[in-house]
Design a binder for this molecule. Structure first.
Ligand code: ADP
Ligand code: MG
Length: 319
């Protein structure tokens, strides 16, 4: 059972990137306006995420690292179909505590003292402390108890590249927040609240911000590159669905390109950052454990909205 538990945890958290994603999504779910991510040793030595969100009440904090304990689902049938938070399985902190050493300090703004939790395997200790409002979660020595997992990890520099890209995607899709990513003590990415254009500047550099036009359609908001400044960079099409960055289905990438119509030479893909809003029951984040693959009930309808919103943005800004 001990080994089975470790293996199950290693499936929820299979690399440092997963820890970063889960902790950032918890901070977003907590309504944070400031999210700071810290990584050391490619994330294997340390991943830390500090937020100024809602915090966890002292009487609930011992449950946070317990498997399947979540505060985000009503215990009723059908609740999972209507979920609007990024998390809902209650497995991330549990998995982090199995795969590494979890340390969490948290305080809701209205509560006087803070609580500190240390969890390592099944050992959980809670004590009182003091701390600013919000939550700071640190995961150290990831996979120290899972040597087989440790051996198959990417080199730290490669993992840091992916973590930087991931945090960049969160910045692009949540540009109204303060963000900071620190890697081995060096600031890698900082962003102060702005619009999507400001986020493009933070992630791709100030010059890129002048290359984009605002898209503001029904349930489709963000930016696309100006056609005359568009180059072939397929990796720069970013979509989120209800706040979660997702791997876009090819239909949505095609919809953006079709929105450009003849303005785009063939084989060229624009830069875009598009936030899609759909009714919770119209999308299923459950098709993939990392929830990055999204199943949209009405993909043709969403694609048509995307194409229309991009076309109107371009029409509003003639060359
Ligand atoms: P899930 O997000 O699926 O509920 P997690 O294991 O990620 O599961 O977190 C367990 C619980 O701990 C959450 O339901 C939430 O109540 C609490 N929690 C975790 N991180 C935070 C945070 N940064 N701020 C506030 N509460 C948090
Ligand atoms: Mg979570």
């Amino acid at each position: 059972p001990h080994v089975a538990r470790l293996i199950a945890a290693g499936e929820v958290v299979s690399r440092p990137l997963d820890v970063v994603r889960e902790l950032v999504e918890n901070a977003l779910d907590a309504g944070a306006t400031r999210i700071e991510v810290e990584v050391e040793g490619g994330g294997l030595a340390l991943v830390a995420v500090r937020d100024n969100g809602a915090g966890i009440a002292a009487d609930a904090v011992a449950l946070a690292p317990v498997r399947h304990a979540t505060s985000k689902l009503e215990p009723t049938a059908g609740a999972v179909e209507r979920v609007s938070t990024l998390g809902f399985r209650g497995e991330a902190l549990w998995a982090a505590a199995q795969a590494g050493e979890l340390h969490l300090v948290t305080r809701p703004a209205a509560q006087v003292g803070a609580a500190e939790v240390r969890a390592s395997g099944e050992d959980v200790t809670v004590r009182r402390t003091s701390a600013p409002a919000g939550t700071a979660v640190t995961v150290r020595d990831l996979f120290a108890r899972l040597p087989a997992r440790l051996r198959t990890q990417a080199p730290p520099a490669a993992e840091v590249r992916e973590i930087t890209a991931l945090v960049g995607r969160y910045v692009l899709h949540h540009p109204g927040l303060h963000w900071r990513l620190t890697v081995d003590g060096d600031p890698r990415l900082t962003h102060a609240p702005a619009d999507h254009r400001g986020a493009v500047a933070s992630v791709y550099g100030p010059l890129s911000a002048n290359r984009v036009l605002r898209v503001d359609g029904e349930g489709v908001r963000g930016v696309v590159s100006r056609p005359e400044l568009t180059r072939a960079r397929r990796d720069r099409m970013h979509f989120s669905v209800n706040g979660r960055p997702v791997l876009a289905p090819p239909e949505l990438e095609r919809a953006v390109i079709e929105g450009f119509a003849e303005l785009l030479p063939s084989g060229v893909a624009p830069l875009c950052v598009l936030d899609l809003t759909v009714a919770p029951e119209d999308h299923n984040p459950n098709v993939h454990p990392a929830k990055q693959v999204v199943a949209l009930a009405d993909l043709p309808g969403v694609a048509a909205r995307v194409q229309g919103a991009v076309a109107s943005a371009l029409a509003a800004h003639p060359l």
